[in-house]
Ligand binder design. Sequence first.
Ligand code: UFG
Length: 334
Amino acid sequence: MKIFVTGCCGYIGSHTCTLLLEKGYEVVGLDNFSNSKRSVLNKIKKITNKDIIFYEGNMLNKELLDEIFTKNNIDCVIDFAAFKSVGDSVLKPIQYYTNNVNSVLTLLTSMQEHNVKKLIFSSSATVYGNPEFVPITENCEVGNTTNPYGTSKLFTEKILKDLSLADPEFKIIIFRYFNPVGAHKSSLIGEDPLGIPANLMPYICKVANKELDYLNVFGNDYNTKDGTGVRDYIHIMDLADAHIKGIEKLGNSQNGLYIYNLGTGKGYSVLEMINTFEKVNNIKIPYKIAPRRSGDIDECYADSKKANKELNWTCQYNLEDMCKDAYNFIIKNK
Ligand code: UFG
C-alpha cells in the first residue's frame, strides 16, 4: 500500500515515515525543507534500510501534486506539511493562512481529481482554545483560537467537514495532537527546531546542553497543582503509531469524517517536566520564574478514550521515556 506523506522530513512526519516503512508500507514523501533538513532522508534510510520515493517541493504547487498522484498509485495521504510556530503566525498571518490553508485546498483538489479519497490530517489541541473542560473530549467546543496558527487549523477542519458532506466518497481522519515530545530510539531523528526554541521540551534540552543558560518558566500563578502550566505531553513514537492505526481504520470503516484527540490523558506541569528531566538524565536544569506568556492557558490535557477504543491504540511510553529520548537525541547530535 502506498502512502503519500507531506512534510515527510519534519518532526512528526519523519518519525511516522520510519514506522510506515517498518510496517511494510511504501512511502511517497514531499518536503520543501522550510523547517526541516535534507539529511533526515538518509537517517530514515539508516533506521529502516528502506527508501522513500521523495519529491522536493511545495504543496501549493498543483502541477507537482498532480505529477505525484499520476506517477504513484497512492492509497492514502497523511498531511503533516504546515508552519507551526504560534508566535511567528501572529507576525505573518498571510504566510500562515497561505501555507496552512491554501495548500490543503490545493492538495484536496488534486486528490479529488485523481480519485484519491483517504486522508489523515494533522490538527492540534489548539483548536479548543481555552477549553470548556479538562480532560478535553472531541465534543468539547472548538473555536476562540488565539493566534493565526490555531485558526488555520480550525479553518482547515471546517473545510474538511464541508468536503466530507459534499463528497461522501472521502474518508478523513482529523488528529488533534496534544504536545509531542521525545525522539526515535536510535537518536538519529528528533525535534530539531531552528534558532531559539519556543516550546518547553526543546528549550529544556538546550539548557541541558548548555546552549542556553536557564529556562524561563512562564508564570507560576496559574490555577494548577503547582501554579505552572499543565499540558499533555505525548511521545513522538506513540503519535506516529496512531497514524498507522489511522490508516488501518480508514481501510475498514465507513466513509465520512472521524476526529480523534491524541494525548496520553495525563497532565504534567512545567515544574514536573523539569524534575522528571533532571531525574532521568541526572542533570540540573537552572530555571527562573518569568511572567506569563501571552495566550497561554492553565491546563490542556486530553481524554483520548475515543482513539484508544476506535483505533485500538494506546500509548506505550511514559514521561521518563520522553525526557530520556529527547535528551539522548540532543547529546548524540551535538
Ligand atoms: N513554557 C515555559 N517556558 C518555555 C516554554 C514553554 O514555561 O520556555 C511553558 C508554557 O507556558 C506552557 C508549557 O510550558 O505552560 C508548554 O508550552 P509549549 O510552548 O511547549 O506548548 P503549548 O502547549 O503552548 O503549545 C503546543 C504547540 C502548539 C499546539 C499546542 C497544542 O506549540 O502548536 O501545543 O496543545 F497548538
